[in-house]
Design a protein around this ligand. Structure first.
Ligand SMILES: Cc1cc2nc3c(=O)[nH]c(=O)nc-3n(C[C@H](O)[C@H](O)[C@H](O)COP(=O)(O)OP(=O)(O)OC[C@H]3O[C@@H](n4cnc5c(N)ncnc54)[C@H](O)[C@@H]3O)c2cc1C
Length: 301
């Protein structure tokens, strides 16, 4: 595809959130914030959007850093890059379902620039960080002229490229509660090739096992790229609750997940194939999450 040069725009580099919000209000409707630019600049080159003003968030320190607290969980600034998340030991050790996702996103170069905030705010159905964040029960914190508010990642998306983020609001942080003992998760992504590709299907599974009875006491399964937004497969979760996890049960969960997906057929894959792969990957993700818990707990299951 022929990609043109960037159209002309005025560049702003505020150093505080209040300055950025003032600029958004001043250039109301004519400005866009940008983080890594890996989505936005491509859309501008393709002339899909033509903002007259670009407001870079890169100099705002309030939007940076990964902070973990034993009580409050993890806070990831919207400007944290996918590469920073990939190289975070706490993410790999404690929030491995998110690590699984960033590790298979794009390329090292794109991960060095692209941010978690940009991935969510772009709001494409295949955004890879969304299913793991939904599975982890994460929420987003936003700020606008009206003040701050929090929305669960599960409720953040409204449609393709559409989120609850209001005009002139900025995503500040992603907040993830600490996974309790006896829990773990997995993200599995189906691509046409092994790297640099968007998900045909993405499945994140989070499970918690009851320490006494070894049955599944909590389950969250989230699907990406198979509906207008990332979605939760509640029927699949219900299939697991209060039961001992095994291959047959995981298969039931897979079948239940396939009933909630609403994919499209496109050049990359047919609707039927995507539904079948939701079934297969959900089964695998449930079993992988179960094995991870068993390994952490040193249990045989
Ligand atoms: C070659 C290539 C491969 C890719 N592979 C993948 C992949 O495998 N998986 C995947 O999910 N994505 C992929 N992407 C898409 C993209 O790289 C990611 O979505 C990335 O995380 C976007 O982050 P960014 O910081 O670059 O966003 P930007 O391009 O800076 O912004 C994206 C959108 O979010 C808005 N925005 C950004 N930050 C904020 C904020 N804090 N508050 C409010 N609005 C904000 C911008 O205004 C813009 O509309 C790929 C892109 C490329 C070019």
């Amino acid at each position: 595809m022929f990609i043109k040069r960037l159209p002309k725009f005025e560049y702003h580099a505020p150093t505080s959130l209040s300055e950025a919000l003032d600029l958004l209000a001043k250039y109301d409707g004519k400005a866009r914030v940008f983080a890594g630019g890996t989505d936005l600049l491509v859309s501008m080159k393709k002339r899909e959007i033509l903002p007259e003003h670009l407001i870079s968030l890169k100099r705002i320190s309030d939007l940076k850093g990964i902070h973990h607290d034993q009580k409050e969980g993890m806070k990831i600034g919207a400007l944290v890059t996918l590469g920073e998340i990939e190289h975070s030991k706490i993410v790999k050790d404690k929030f491995c379902v998110l690590w699984d996702a960033v590790h298979v996103m794009a390329s090292p170069q794109v991960r060095t620039l692209g941010t978690i905030g940009g991935n969510l705010c772009g709001a494409v159905p295949s955004a890879d960080t969304a299913p793991p964040l939904i599975a982890l029960g994460a929420s987003t914190k936003m700020v606008g002229v009206q003040g701050e508010r929090r929305v669960l990642v599960e409720n953040f998306f409204k449609g393709p490229k559409e989120s609850v983020l209001q005009r002139n609001e900025i995503l500040m942080q992603v907040l993830i509660p600490n996974p309790p003992p006896g829990s773990s998760g997995t993200y599995l992504k189906l691509m046409r090739r092994d790297a640099m590709d968007l998900a045909l299907v993405g499945v994140a599974a989070y499970l918690r096992l009851d320490p006494e009875r070894r049955v599944c006491s909590e389950a969250r399964i989230a699907l990406g790229a198979v509906a207008p937004t990332p979605i939760r497969a509640v029927q699949a979760e219900q299939a697991l609750i209060n039961k001992r996890i095994d291959e047959a049960l995981a298969e039931d969960a897979g079948k239940a997940a396939a009933t909630v997906c609403r994919p499209i057929s496109d050049i990359r894959s047919s609707l039927e194939y995507r539904c079948r792969m939701v079934e297969v990957l959900t089964k695998r993700a449930v079993m992988d999450a179960y094995r991870r818990i068993s390994q952490i707990d040193g249990l045989k299951g």
